[in-house]
Ligand binder design. Structure first.
Ligand SMILES: C[S@@+](CC[C@H](N)C(=O)[O-])C[C@H]1O[C@@H](n2cnc3c(N)ncnc32)[C@H](O)[C@@H]1O
Ligand SMILES: [Zn+2]
Length: 431
């Protein structure tokens, strides 16, 4: 595979017409389901992998370089590598480039599981103590899975199965005196561990366009979940092996949004695929759900690592596919053929100024569409928890290509930023 990837021959899978032009892809490409390596971390506007793959095979010669200036979670890079091409991918958002890097970078699954176990031994018990209740049937102390809040009051708890008697509570299970006492204690206790207090405002004092009721990242969480997440992050930060710690941290970000107050309470109708315990961040905003679900943080972290869409399953798949891939540490490395993929975190307009003429064979990209998804603002919660926030907002304001009036970018600004793209890049005309 590696030999093919670096081969100089300009072979593309697309038929070439007598006039020497490509035969364009003009057929429907039925989308295939995403597998775990595409699903372990949420990202907005993720493209369907097999469709991207078909375009790459059709238009980029084997061993050639595919460039994606707005790469998001890295589907273009993954499909290029899978199909024996190389890739230069770029995104302004450090979460996007970290998802890409850690999807591609192999990791020893046993060592990763051991690192998870170290965290588990440190904090599982402490976190679970925040979600104790008494089984409604056998009265034994158990851990609940989620609680339902209406406005600002906790009104219900839910558990899937009591480990002692199998009792299940998925609807209308009111809080007992025991539950209320425990909650009150948590509400009163000061959180000693670090957590992000970052306001949902730009440095010049303007609120995020996607801010609703909550003022800061911390306010997106109940006190109980904030405490649990702060304990979890502290334990992850203790992991001595940097390489493994990076994976645990990104696993944290893959679940932290599911532990906010932004997940609606679900009361599924019979036959629906959802359960009374499932949670998603459904809106493209820091929205205020009048009735929301508070998830057990340990459960969510456990399934972010061990679940069927978890990191270990994703790595079992991606380790196999990307095991020989060489990740470049500089643009020079990829351009000279010494590496297979270069992942750049920063503005594509800056990167493109550094790309020599005719250095890429094919561009596949999916830029932000007007104001529809505010990638920079919405990633701020992850960025804050991952302590990537130094200068983040300044960079977003200066570089993000988006329509967002709070960043002083109306449609004309958005349009002109996007249109500056071809003039920055000296496109090669021969592929
Ligand atoms: C529509 S998304 C790409 C999603 C991607 N196709 C995927 O499958 O995950 C557009 C991306 O452009 C990024 N972006 C916006 N302005 C940028 C800039 N100046 N330079 C690089 N990336 C930028 C955003 O952070 C966002 O991740
Ligand atoms: Zn029981």
């Amino acid at each position: 595979m590696k030999g093919n990837r670096l081969k100089k021959a300009r072979k593309v899978d697309a038929p070439i017409s007598d006039a020497g032009h490509f035969v364009h892809l003009n057929r429907q490409i039925p989308p295939l389901a995403h597998t775990s390596m595409y699903l372990w971390h949420k990202y907005w506007s993720r493209k369907t992998w097999n469709v991207v793959g078909e375009y790459i095979k059709n238009y980029c010669p084997e061993g050639g370089i595919v460039f994606d200036p707005f790469a998001g979670s890295g589907i273009t890079a993954m499909e290029a590598l899978k199909n024996g091409r190389r890739a230069i991918v770029c995104d302004l958002n450090p979460i996007a480039t970290e998802i890409t890097r850690l999807t591609i970078k192999p990791v020893n699954e046993i060592l990763l599981y051991e690192a998870f176990t170290r965290v588990k031994e440190k904090v599982k018990r402490k976190i679970e103590n925040l979600y104790l209740t008494k089984c409604r049937k056998c009265r034994k102390e158990i851990i609940f899975d989620c609680a339902i809040w209406k406005q600002d009051a906790c009104v219900e708890i839910r558990y899937q199965s009591c480990p002692h008697c199998g009792d299940r509570q998925e609807k209308d299970c009111k809080l007992s005196g025991y539950d209320k006492d425990l909650l009150q204690k948590t509400e009163k206790r000061k959180i000693k561990e670090w957590y992000p207090k970052n306001p949902l405002y730009y440095p010049d004092g303007r609120p995020f366009i996607k801010k609703e009721k909550y003022e800061s990242v911390a306010e997106l969480f109940t006190k109980r979940n904030l405490q649990a997440l702060a304990l979890l992050m502290e334990a992850i930060e203790d992991e001595p092996k940097k390489e493994l710690k990076d994976f645990l941290i990104i696993a944290f970000s893959s679940m932290v949004h599911l532990c906010t107050r932004m997940v609606p309470a679900i009361n599924p109708t019979p036959g629906s695929h959802q359960t009374s315990f499932s949670s998603t961040w459904t809106q493209h905003s820091y929205w205020y759900a009048s009735s929301h679900m508070e998830q057990n943080v340990w459960n969510k972290f456990d399934s972010a690592i061990n679940g069927h869409q978890g990191l270990l399953k994703a790595k079992a798949e991606s380790n196999r596919i990307f095991k020989d891939v060489r990740i470049a540490t500089s643009l020079k490395q990829i351009l000279s053929g010494k590496a297979d993929v270069y992942i750049y975190n920063g503005s594509c307009l800056d990167l493109m100024k550094r790309l020599p003429e005719r250095s890429v064979d094919y561009i596949f990209t999916d830029p932000p569409y007007d104001a529809s998804i505010q990638f920079g603002e919405l990633s701020y919660m992850w960025v804050s928890w991952l302590k990537m926030n130094s200068n983040y907002l300044k960079k977003i304001v200066a570089n993000e290509i988006i329509r967002n009036e709070r960043q002083q970018k109306d449609f004309t600004v958005y349009h002109s930023l996007l249109s500056s793209f071809p003039s920055v890049l000296q496109l090669s005309g021969d592929v």
